[in-house]
Design a protein around this ligand. Structure first.
Ligand code: ADP
Length: 510
C-alpha cells in the first residue's frame, strides 16, 4: 500500500465516523423533538415517524412503518389526502390547522398546526412528504374561552350601558369601549388624550375630577367620582366614573382602567327625592311646631274655662234647675276631655323634639318601676304582669317608660278577664331586640289594621273604655325614633300581642 493511501484511508475513516456521529445526533433530535415529525411516501405510508407524532396518533413508532395514514389516523386522513393532492399539484409546501381525533387521548377532538413539505429527488420529482405537527388544542381552547369571555364582557358592558375606558399613562392615549358613542358622537373613536377626555367634563366639576385623578396617581387610591359631562350634542349628563391604576413590574403607573356609568336618571330621581325630603322635613317641622304651640297655648284658656265652670258649679249648683246643672256637668266633662287631649297632643309633639338622651336602659328596671306605679290599678283589676330576663338596650329612658306604660295600661284596660295577665318577653334577631307584650284581653279585630296607631283613632267610645286615642300613636312614634317598627296580632276575645323591635348596633346582650 502506498504511504499516501494509508493516510487517505485514515482520513476517510475519520470523516465517516464524524458523519455517523452527526447522523446519530440528528436521529436523536428527530426522535426526541416535542414536535410531531414524520416522513410519508407518495401513497401516504409512513416511512419514518418520531416518538411525539407516534404518541399523538396513539401507536408506537414501529406500528406505523409501512402503514398508510388511512389506517393509522382515519379521522385525519381525508384532510391529509387533500393537502397531499395540493402538494402534488403545486409542488409547494402547505401549512394549515387540522382538527380531528386519533387513537390517543380517548378519541377527543384535538387541533394541530401542521406543515407538509414535499421531498424532491435530483430531478425535482416529488418522492415523499415531510410532515411536522404541533398540537395547539389547549391554546385554541384557551383562545376560544378568552374570545367568549371577551364577547360576554362586551355584551354585558353594552347591555349595561357602561363605558370601559383605558388610559395609557405612558403615551397619554385613551381608548373607550362599550356605550361611548352617545357621548363622542357616531363615527370612529377619536384619538384622545387626558386633556381631550377632560374636555367632556362640566367646567363646574373639573376641579373635583382632576383632584380625584391626581389622588389616584399619587397615592394609588381607587378613582371614584360623580360628575356632570357635556356631550357632543351639548346635553348634560351625570356619570359615575370608577377606575384603578395598573402598575408595571417596577411599580411605575402604566395604565388606568375603569368604567363610566350614565346615572342621569338616578341622579334626577335622587335630586327630586332630596328636594321632596327637604320640603317634607320643613313641613313636618312646621306642623310639629304648630301642634306644639297650639297645644301649649290652648292649655291656658282651657284651664281658665275649666276652672270657671267648676266655680260656676260650686256656687250655683243648688240655685239652678236640673237642666242647667246637667249642662254645666257636660261642659266640665267636655273641657276636661279637651284638656286631656291637648296634654296628649303636647306629649306626642314633644317626642321628636327631644335631642340625644340615649343611654343604656335596663328594661327590667323600667318594668319594676311601672309595676310599682300601677300597684293600685293592678290590685283593683287583679292583674298579673310576668316578665323574666330582659335585655339592656341603648334608648331614651323616659320614652321607654312611656312606651311600656301605654302598652301595659292598654292591656289592663282592654281586658274583661277576672285576672288580666300580661307577658313581656324579648328575643334577639340578628342585631335587633324584638319585644312582645302579650295580654289575654278583649283583642282587636285584625281588619282595623294600623288604624289603632293613628292619632286620636279609637275603636271604642269613652263610655265603654276611657281614653283619648293617642297612646299607641305615642308608642309608635317612640319606637320609630329608636329606629324600630311596631306591629300586632290578635284574636278578638282571646287577647293581643304587640311587638316592636329596637335595632341595636349598640345594644347589649342579656
Ligand atoms: P286609647 O287607649 O286612649 O283609646 P290607644 O292609642 O292606646 O288609645 O289605643 C287605640 C285603640 O286601640 C283603643 O281604642 C283600643 O280599641 C285599641 N287597643 C289598644 N290596645 C289594646 C289592647 N291591648 N287590647 C285591645 N284593644 C286595644
Amino acid at each position: 500500500m502506498l504511504p499516501n493511501a494509508k493516510k487517505w484511508k485514515k482520513k476517510l475513516l475519520k470523516s465517516e465516523n464524524k458523519a455517523h456521529k452527526r447522523l446519530s445526533e440528528i436521529e436523536a433530535i428527530y426522535n426526541s423533538a416535542p414536535m410531531g415529525l414524520c416522513v410519508l411516501d407518495c401513497d401516504l405510508r409512513y416511512l419514518r415517524i418520531n416518538k411525539s407524532m407516534a404518541e399523538m396518533n396513539g401507536f408506537s413508532p414501529q406500528e406505523h412503518i409501512g402503514k398508510s395514514i388511512h389506517e393509522m389516523v382515519p379521522d385525519l386522513s381525508q384532510q391529509g389526502e387533500a393537502i397531499a393532492k395540493e402538494i402534488f399539484q403545486t409542488g409547494k409546501a402547505v401549512s394549515m390547522e387540522m382538527n380531528g381525533t386519533t387513537a390517543a387521548q380517548d378519541g377527543a377532538v384535538r387541533t394541530w398546526i401542521e406543515g407538509w413539505y414535499p421531498i424532491k429527488d435530483s430531478s425535482h420529482q416529488i418522492v415523499g412528504i415531510n410532515v411536522a405537527a404541533l398540537e395547539i388544542t389547549d391554546i385554541k381552547r384557551a383562545n376560544e374561552a378568552l374570545k367568549k369571555s371577551e364577547e360576554k364582557l362586551r355584551l354585558t358592558i353594552e347591555g349595561a350601558g357602561v363605558i370601559m375606558w383605558f388610559w395609557n399613562i405612558e403615551n397619554d392615549r385613551v381608548e373607550c369601549r362599550g356605550h361611548y358613542k352617545h357621548i363622542l358622537g357616531p363615527g370612529p373613536i377619536p384619538d384622545m388624550g387626558y386633556n381631550e377626555l377632560l374636555s367632556f367634563v362640566h367646567p363646574d366639576d373639573l376641579e373635583k375630577v382632576e383632584t380625584a385623578f391626581q389622588k389616584t396617581l399619587q397615592y394609588g387610591e381607587d378613582f371614584k367620582v360623580e360628575t356632570r359631562t357635556i356631550w357632543k350634542d351639548k346635553s348634560v349628563h351625570w356619570f359615575s366614573i370608577m377606575g384603578r391604576v395598573v402598575y408595571d413590574l417596577q411599580g411605575k403607573p402604566q395604565e388606568m382602567i375603569g368604567i363610566a356609568l350614565d346615572i342621569t336618571n338616578n341622579k334626577i330621581v335622587q335630586l327630586e327625592l332630596q328636594e321632596t325630603l327637604r320640603k317634607l322635613k320643613r313641613s313636618n317641622a312646621e306642623l310639629e311646631q304648630f301642634a306644639y304651640v297650639a297645644s301649649h297655648d290652648l292649655q291656658e284658656p282651657l284651664r281658665m274655662i275649666t276652672s270657671f265652670l267648676q266655680l260656676l258649679k260650686l256656687r250655683y249648683e243648688n240655685q239652678l234647675d236640673s237642666d242647667a246643672n246637667e249642662f254645666i256637668h257636660f261642659a266640665i266633662d267636655g273641657a276636661t276631655r279637651m284638656q286631656e287631649m291637648i296634654n296628649d297632643l303636647l306629649t306626642y309633639s314633644r317626642i321628636d323634639r327631644k335631642r340625644g338622651d340615649f343611654k343604656e336602659v335596663k328594661i327590667e328596671d323600667i318594668l319594676q318601676q311601672i309595676t310599682f306605679e300601677y300597684k293600685l290599678l293592678i290590685q283593683e283589676k287583679n292583674a298579673v304582669i310576668h316578665f323574666g330576663e330582659l335585655p339592656v338596650i341603648t334608648a331614651d329612658y323616659t320614652q321607654m317608660v312611656q312606651l311600656f306604660q301605654n302598652l301595659i295600661s292598654n292591656s289592663i284596660k282592654y281586658n274583661d278577664q277576672p285576672c288580666p295577665t300580661i307577658h313581656i318577653t324579648a328575643e334577639k334577631q340578628d342585631n335587633d331586640w324584638i319585644f312582645k307584650v302579650a295580654d289575654n284581653g278583649i283583642g282587636i279585630d285584625p281588619q282595623q289594621g294600623d288604624r289603632i296607631f293613628k292619632i286620636f283613632q279609637r275603636l271604642h267610645s269613652p263610655d265603654e273604655y276611657e281614653g283619648t286615642g293617642i297612646g299607641l300613636a305615642i308608642v309608635k312614634r317612640i319606637v320609630e325614633r329608636h329606629g324600630g317598627r311596631i306591629w300586632y296580632d290578635s284574636q278578638p276575645g282571646k287577647g293581643s300581642n304587640f311587638y316592636f323591635n329596637i335595632p341595636g348596633r349598640l345594644n347589649h346582650e342579656i
